[in-house]
Design a binder for this molecule. Structure first.
Ligand code: HEC
Ligand code: HEC
Length: 413
């Protein structure tokens, strides 16, 4: 080390001696040339970077961030993947695609299908029992094949980070990147036989060729080339804006309205263990989502052989017959009930929790009243409980024009 340093010092001395022995005028000329060329270099570099950053042009991609406002009392943690930040342009594009029947990769008027064919806003983005798509309790895809489970509403999904679908297969914990978030439901909806029964290449080609769409993709994602990834990102962004936080109960929590005595009593029953004991799984004033987004076996059966229950995902025997405890917001509108649609009305569901529970080794420990066969309410108490559940209906959400169909599609503008 010290030897090397010594050698280097010697070399440096020699070099220095050589330079200092040059004629003075020559070294000044050298200096001037170097200075001028360095100056010119910086001028060119700064002109070039100005040109790149400041000149607006068609290539420029600068979307406007879309801010989600957290409603009063709601959790602040949102499930927005890092590679798909919310933007005004993304949400706008997603709205067109969500409602455009040509997403099915077909253009003939008889063979169109969009997400909104089944997910209808006025029914909390479910189909609704009276819909022609809903024969025999199940929605049907474009070929008439029924979906394996009944529908789920699209409400406050941006707060769910425990997995989507009845069994939670779509989750960031799933190692397969095709099954991780709301984005994944787009390719699945396009290819599923019981939904659009199409293929993603066809869908993206059809959209690419509709005038107006390429420009919207450019604005949202910086490229006019339509890709399945960007279609999925846009639709997922749109769905993440579906926020319900203005039901009668929300207004009550904010001190804006009063509940009736019956609704108030129903609220007390809902949120007490000795009452109806619903709150552990379906939320309450401390959890205004009205779901924990977790999975439970709520005591409907004794034999479990559905290949799509929670057990199919986790392999944990405790998950036999377990499904997502869905949100109770707008629940009046989203029958038939349970993953298999076995209960037609809300009264049927309340009968079940009241006195029809079935014991099995897999029943969730939170079903505290299993030994009595249910929560055993009086007729009046059941009416009160129902009255409370009805306060979770959010008319503003169901009619919010921002979530509804666009007046015109991009090729009609
Ligand atoms: C044929 C009717 C139908 C169509 C069309 C359809 N869906 Fe669905 N959707 C369903 C059903 C049924 C479920 C519940 C499936 C399950 O969990 O087994 C569902 C569930 C979902 C969920 C999960 C909700 C949750 O809480 O976990 C999302 C998100 C979703 N769909 C988005 C879409 C998107 C996006 C499209 C369009 C690309 C679409 N759906 C098209 C019937 C449909
Ligand atoms: C141990 C957790 C748990 C408790 C306690 C519980 N539920 Fe549920 N609830 C669930 C699960 C899980 C589902 C979905 C089950 C399925 O689809 O098979 C569900 C489904 C429902 C549904 C149908 C949802 C739909 O979209 O189809 C309603 C309505 C409902 N519960 C109301 C209540 C009420 C009212 C109470 C209190 C009397 C209650 N629940 C207590 C876990 C629970």
């Amino acid at each position: 080390m010290s030897f090397n340093r010594k050698v280097r010092n010697e070399k440096w001395k020699i070099k220095f001696a050589k330079i200092s022995s040059r004629p003075l005028r020559k070294s000044f000329a050298d200096f001037a040339v170097k200075f001028i060329s360095l100056f010119a270099f910086f001028v060119i570099i700064s002109l070039y970077s100005c040109d790149k950053n400041d000149t607006p042009g068609p290539q420029k991609h600068n979307p406007t961030p879309y801010e989600i406002e957290i409603p009063y009392g709601f959790p602040t943690q949102l499930n927005i993947p890092e590679d798909n930040p919310m933007t005004v342009e993304g949400v706008e594009l997603g709205r067109y695609l969500f409602y455009d029947g040509r997403m099915s990769g077909r253009t003939h008027p008889d063979s169109l299908m969009s997400c909104a064919t089944c997910h209808i806003q006025e029914n909390s983005f479910e189909c609704g029992v009276d819909h022609p798509e809903y024969e025999g309790g199940f929605t049907h895809g474009i070929t008439g094949k029924p979906t394996p489970h009944v529908m789920l509403p699209l409400v406050n999904l941006v707060w769910n980070d425990h997995g989507y679908l009845w069994n939670g297969i779509i989750s960031e914990d799933n190692p397969d990147p095709h099954y991780q978030n709301i984005e994944s439901l787009v390719w699945m909806g396009i290819v599923a036989e019981h939904e659009m029964n199409s293929d993603t290449n066809r869908a993206k080609e059809v959209i690419q060729n509709i005038p107006g769409y390429p420009e919207l993709f450019e604005k949202a994602f910086g490229s006019s080339k339509v890709t399945v990834k960007n279609m999925s990102r846009a639709i997922a962004q749109f769905i993440r804006t579906f926020i319900s936080a203005n039901s009668k109960f929300d207004k009550y929590l904010r001190g804006e309205v009063q509940l009736s005595p019956s609704e108030l009593n129903g609220f007390v029953l809902f949120t007490t263990e000795e009452g109806a004991d619903c709150f552990h799984c379906h939320g309450g004033s401390g959890n205004p989502l009205f779901t924990t987004n977790l999975f439970y076996n709520n005591g409907k059966d004794t034999i479990f052989n559905d290949p799509r229950d929670r057990y199919a995902i986790t392999g944990d025997p405790q998950d036999h017959g377990a499904y997502k405890a869905t949100t109770l917001r707008n629940i009046e509108l989203t029958g038939p009930y349970m993953h298999d649609g076995r209960f037609e009305t809300l009264d049927d569901v309340l009968d079940f929790y009241d006195h029809q529970l079935l014991w099995s080794p897999y029943i969730d420990p939170l079903m505290h009243h299993i030994n009595d066969g249910g929560v055993q309410l009086t007729q009046n108490e059941r009416e009160d409980l129902k009255a409370f559940i009805r306060t979770l209906r959010d008319e503003e959400f169901l009619a919010n024009p921002d979530f509804g169909p666009p007046e015109k599609f991009p090729d009609e503008l």
